[in-house]
Design a binder for this molecule. Sequence first.
Ligand code: ADP
Ligand code: MG
Length: 640
Amino acid sequence: MTARTGSISVNTTDIFPIIKKWLYSEHDIFIRELVSNACDAITKRHTLARTSNQETPEGKVEVLIDKEAKTITFKDNGLGMNEEEIEKYIAQLAFSGAEEFVQKMKESGDEKNDIIGKFGLGFYSAFMVAEKVEVESLSMNEGAKPARWICEGDTEYSFEDSDKSEVGTEITLYINDESAEFLDSWKTRETLGRYCDFMPYSIYLKDLNEIARVTAENAKAEKEEDKKPIPDNDIINDSEPLWKKDPASLKDEDYKNFYRKLFPMDPEPLFWLHLNVDHPFTLQGILYFPKLNPNKPVNDGNIKLYSKQVFVSDNVKDVIPEFLGLLKGAIDSTDIPLNVSRSALQGDPNIKKISNYIVKKVSESLKKLYKNERERYENAWEDIGLFVKYGVVSDPKFDELMRDKVLFKNSDKKYVTLGEYSEQVPEKYTEKMKGKVIYFEEGVSDSNLRTQLLEEGIHAISTDSYIDPHFMQHTEMKKQGETETKYQLVDNAIEEILESAEASADDMKVKDLFTGFLVGEKDEKNPAQMEIEVKNFKNSKTAAYFKIDEQMKRFANMTRQMGNAGFDMPSKKTLVVNPSHILVQNTMKLSEGKKDLADKMAHYIHDLAAISGEGLDDQQRKDFVIRSQDLMSELSNLAI
Ligand code: ADP
Ligand code: MG
């Protein structure tokens, strides 16, 4: 046996302990590094063979687990290395790369975890889990001698003879006790699934103990049909992911199947977008518009990032605008620099270009759907609306392209854009309604008022209290072209739309009556916040309604979402009473002789206004029922 030894020249003598300790949290990354090296070696062999017209076997990577021997071997049929090459690439170059990596890790402090995923430690990541590593290799070059390199996790290494006869490399890791979990094939399978699912050559996972066991059993079997298949043909990856394929050759079912593979627990996606460019940067991928799951908060990890089919990260925050994180899928680009820190990534011109491209493509696909398949667009709106509005608010480019395609439900429950909303305004009101959009907050605004407006031919769009306050604020502040938009709550708008009579001297009496019962209510939640206003609406069916201070309401909505749940701002409410309504008129007449009954009526009118607006809480509902019974009894007594 000829043995030769060498040593790695280092500046950081404690490099091995650092590799082991610092990277402990993500030490499964060694699998990604070794398998991707194997794939690189196969690609290199194919490229070299092509230039010299040599035949090459189909690329193949095997991951062999031997739990008894406590080893994992990564075997490839790539270009291989001779002794000098191992010395040069593994012992010197790879090591200095690792050294630089460790240096970066030391400097990066808190950003540590972020870097690990994006910055390959390379070959030396093997030492995160192994106490000893052997590299055995035969180069593809004619007449090459096989070589074996052994390193026991320190700077000394040795070479031994090898009798390897197949071209390629086998890297054997002698797994340390803390990392024994990787000797269970399910654990390694899971990790391979995470990092290597779409690597470009077939990856086989073989449990050598299991294979030996089945082989031995088969040898004992008396009949041929008792023999079990040898579990040695288990390909774990899809070496040709859908995004690499020509979109023209793909059917809807292909996209749906691929989605199922990426997100097995999800319902079917709504639609998708196949990205494919090679100039001025390379980018391929598929982005899906998922069905919104209201019970599940939107989380990270929806878009998986690959570099040449190697999984890099599912944290794409720095690569694409945040709102696109509501989409799901995979993107693959060689132009995303993976070896730099987050701050550098943000300033990278390629990243900016890629991000702009994705925004453009996503909005183009939505625009197309809007234009050509409006019905489908509307059907999807419930799921994509949040995404589109969020995009408009947060990304100027997206805003420019998509704002006029944002939909709202009008009073007939039909979807309209803001442009269509304005077009629906009857001519009689065009002047009054110029640039104005009346909105109705579900569960808060008075629905009778909406009906009254609709009788005038004016709609109110329904809004939520989550994204819509942001959307409204954004579109009010940043006008597009000449159009200025102003949103107004239905209860504020009504005064300007409906015809009202002149205020009269009797208004004061009405106000007094209604203020009267409030005295008793003063110590309820926000007595000081309640005001009474008298407005004569001639043809109105509404006796009274609540008007909410709009700016305060919007502000409260927005602060609530910014996580200030405890900060529940009292919103100022005004009870607007309409003396033109018969119920109010009768109440006023009663107040002449039967003040007590008139007070009860006034209170009742107030309750009705509350019911058609925000509604009542438990206690208020109980009180209302008691008060109603009391009032009805009194009224029926009068009638009997
Ligand atoms: P990188 O992959 O970024 O070059 P690594 O530390 O992962 O860095 O690997 C260092 C070098 O070792 C590779 O560039 C390659 O030359 C060589 N190498 C590693 N694994 C293999 C392999 N399986 N077959 C052939 N060469 C390999
Ligand atoms: Mg590598």
